[in-house]
Design a protein around this ligand. Structure first.
Ligand SMILES: Nc1ncnc2c1ncn2[C@@H]1O[C@H](COP(=O)(O)OP(=O)(O)OP(=O)(O)O)[C@@H](O)[C@H]1O
Length: 302
């Protein structure tokens, strides 16, 4: 059965003169992986801290399952903060058991859950080491275990992928997918757009405290229009620049990427390319999330 939805409803927040969030709304449905992207200082951490209830909004409301966040709901959230919050001198196992008990699990259940996550996250050989002795990547695995050890009803993760090696990225991705598949709403921020594109059901792009785009990868990239990849080895530089409704995105000696306005006939472009000689490749594609992101956030500061 899907878990309840998380709703961020018209949330605003100022720090003195700085407007960190301006009327931000979005929802993360039970069972959904939601990726939150934006430039440095755009407002991701602020949004997550407000969603968690550790920071108060100036206006707006956060609801979980239709109800405002209470201390009781907060204890059911799994959170991975940006400043990792582990006890450096505590052993991995002890730390996880402690945190699970803090969230209300019995000693037995806490041990079982801690051991389970230690195994799942590849920390078995480190379970009796102090956290401070672990590599940063392994500390991050412990931090993920800490967010999961109490069996949260919602997951809020601030840049969980930063600094991870490719294997750890795979482990983290699998765990987040599994959590979503179990019905948990999962929201995480990241600067790794290829990963967000691959992993997320829906994505929100925030710029200067405003949500400027929100939707599935398909929706976001469709809005950005169609691109053509053309390989015409004999075509002179700038061969496509006079074609109406066509913008050159990238031009290499034998491969050009073009953005088309919606009503442009791609056969006009093909004919222009053929006029120069052979055409070896001619394909339509959607822009990547990284391209959509660049276009979306370049309309202003951050
Ligand atoms: N405690 C604070 N006091 C004053 N200003 C703050 C505080 N925390 C954040 N800000 C400002 O609020 C804005 C949003 O910051 P936030 O940390 O939410 O951005 P972010 O999207 O998480 O950035 P990053 O990707 O760099 O982590 C920034 O302009 C930041 O300087």
């Amino acid at each position: 059965m899907p878990m309840p939805d998380l709703e961020i409803d018209r949330v605003s927040k100022r720090y003195g003169q700085v407007t960190a969030l301006d009327n931000v709304s979005f929802e993360v449905r039970g069972g959904e992986l939601f990726g939150f992207v934006g430039s440095n200082g755009a407002g991701k951490t602020t949004t997550m801290r407000i969603a968690l209830g550790v920071l108060a909004a100036d206006a707006g409301e956060v609801r979980f399952g239709g109800q405002p966040i209470t201390p009781e709901t907060r204890s059911r959230i799994g959170y991975m903060p940006e400043e990792r919050g582990l006890y450096p001198k505590m052993k991995v196992l002890d730390q996880l058991v402690y945190l699970a008990e803090l969230h209300g699990l019995s000693t037995n259940a806490a041990h079982k859950s801690a051991e389970n996550w230690i195994t799942r996250l590849g920390l078995a050989e480190r379970r009796l080491d102090e956290v401070q002795k672990l590599s940063l990547g392994n500390q991050q695995r412990v931090q993920l275990a800490a967010a999961l050890v109490h069996g949260p009803a919602m997951l809020v993760l601030d840049e969980p992928f930063s600094g991870l090696d490719p294997l750890a990225v795979d482990v983290m991705s699998d765990v987040l997918r599994d959590q979503a598949a179990a019905g948990v709403p999962v929201v995480f921020s990241s600067h790794q757009l290829d990963l967000v594109e691959r992993l997320c059901d829906r994505i929100g792009i925030i710029r200067s405290g405003r949500m400027v785009a929100c939707g599935t990868v398909d929706e976001l990239t469709a809005e950005a229009g169609t691109q053509l990849v053309v390989s015409a080895p004999n075509a002179p530089a700038g061969w496509a620049k006079e074609i109406p409704g066509v913008r050159i995105i990238n031009e290499e000696p034998s491969r050009t990427v073009l953005a088309l306005e919606p009503d442009v006939d791609d056969q006009v472009v093909l004919n222009a390319a053929l006029a120069s000689g052979p055409v070896r490749e001619f394909s339509r594609r959607r822009p990547s999330l990284a391209e959509v992101f660049r276009t979306t956030v370049s309309g202003g500061n951050t």
